[in-house]
Design a protein around this ligand. Structure first.
Ligand SMILES: Cc1cc2nc3c(=O)[nH]c(=O)nc-3n(C[C@H](O)[C@H](O)[C@H](O)COP(=O)(O)OP(=O)(O)OC[C@H]3O[C@@H](n4cnc5c(N)ncnc54)[C@H](O)[C@@H]3O)c2cc1C
Length: 268
């Protein structure tokens, strides 16, 4: 690790001021990605601003037909929240599939969306549910927030404070996890409300999370697994690495999407 200054502010204003004071300052949430990155010397922030004392960034609230979840809410809290289970069971299930118990006990919603790992789970549910990413200075629709591999619309010093998930419709997440890390090799969240269908895919694309428009059109015409017969994303656009080729991941996406559609059909 390189040397850095560490602070643990007690309120949001102090955290934002510390972040604003140096271009090289970084917020620290659960540390599940950032700490290993520092250990490998892949980042050298001047300051680490630990968000763990900021009560304003925690908690799960139901209001105005939406669930608002604070950025510092840990995956285990989302997975076990009675409020989430009652109103967005697919979100609770998704959070319960993240990593292992140690990761779920430290990792946070805000850290995950801010990091936008191409294999992370939360970006898929955010896109599929048309969630809003709330920051200290604005509200950004998920469709505009995730801009590319590990890239988001966040500006320097800007903090995710919460994510607002609108209620309504029904959704389901199907994930094929990497057997070692549990990150998604392919994860597909299918949401259906009225005449609209959204299909968000994570884990597979070189560009990070994306809406699979072709599948959405097919499912609007006929909401059944067979409507996806023969469809798969372009293999050349998929991640190819030691865990699987682009063609393998494209096939996984197709299979996860069909499973999700079948699951929704059975649930009704
Ligand atoms: C072994 C292992 C397995 C994992 N498996 C999965 C998996 O299956 N699915 C999955 O989705 N994830 C997985 N993860 C990642 C995990 O979910 C982490 O929670 C996630 O990487 C980042 O969250 P964090 O709270 O730890 O953030 P940190 O590591 O503290 O921060 C990550 C990045 O986000 C920035 N940041 C943090 N909070 C904010 C904020 N509020 N506003 C702005 N920027 C912020 C930090 O500066 C840093 O750049 C895994 C991680 C590990 C180590």
């Amino acid at each position: 690790m390189f040397a850095f200054a560490y602070s643990r502010p007690a309120d949001l204003a102090e955290a934002l001021a510390t972040l604003a004071a140096s271009e090289e300052a970084k917020p620290l949430a659960g540390g599940q990605t950032l700490i290993p990155t520092l250990k490998q010397r892949l980042a050298s922030p001047s300051d680490l601003v630990d968000l763990s004392r900021l009560a304003a960034l925690r908690g799960i609230a139901l209001a105005d037909d939406a669930l608002t979840i604070g950025a510092m809410t840990r995956h285990v809290e989302v997975a076990t929240s009675p409020l989430v289970a009652a109103h967005l069971p697919a979100l609770a299930a998704l959070a319960g599939m993240i990593g292992d118990p140690a990761v779920r006990n430290r990792g946070t919603l805000g850290g995950s969306v801010a990091n936008n790992d191409p294999s992370a789970d939360y970006p898929a549910v955010c896109l599929a549910l048309d969630a809003v990413i709330v920051t200290d200075r604005r509200e950004v629709p998920a469709g505009d927030f995730f801009t590319g591999l590990f890239e988001t619309a966040l500006e320097p010093g800007e903090l995710v404070t919460a994510v607002r998930f609108p209620l309504g419709g029904e959704g389901i997440y199907e994930k094929y996890p990497n057997p070692a890390s549990r990150y998604a090799m392919a994860g597909v969240f299918v949401w259906r409300g009225g005449e609209e269908v959204r299909v968000a895919v994570t884990g597979a694309s070189q560009g990070g999370v994306f809406r699979w428009a072709e599948a959405e059109a097919a499912l609007v015409a006929e909401f059944s697994p067979s409507a996806l017969d023969g469809l798969r994303p372009e293999a050349d656009d998929m991640i190819a690495d030691i865990h699987g080729s682009g063609a393998y991941r494209a096939q996984l996406v197709a299979v996860m999407a069909k499973r999700a559609v079948a699951g929704l059909a059975t649930a009704r």
